[in-house]
Design a protein around this ligand. Sequence first.
Ligand code: RB5
Length: 148
Amino acid sequence: MRIAMGSDHGGFNLRLVIKAHLIEKGYEVVDFGCESKESVDYPDYALRVANAITSGDCELGVLVCGTGLGISIAANKVKGIIAAPVSDTFSAEMARRHNNANIIALGERVVGEGLALKIIDEFFGASFEGGRHAGRVDKIRTIEENYL
Ligand code: RB5
């Protein structure tokens, strides 16, 4: 599986930790930056990762900023993206199983590295259940079509 990753300066350190973890687990990671801890704008990196997913180049994505909020809000403006800002392992699993999220967003200033890696493992270890959840996700797509 190819995973797209991106962060702003606020998520720079945690992105590198998660990237190393995913590579060690055997995933192919496409890293869209940022390049350093110099201040940048999180929507730019959200868009790069979102485009990599909607184009089909990558299957899932990981975004990191200070809180996980700004970067997920920006990614969710792209049609076809369901970005879940997550700070706990239960929500990480449910974001895949029930919401079919294709991006997980974390906050470097919110979660420690140990918890972040457990969150990542839950997210990538889970699959969309479909069934009754598919109809709900379809309704999200309909909202996108009508309002985005
Ligand atoms: C950057 O200082 C910070 O605002 C950003 O990383 C993020 O937390 C925004 O939601």
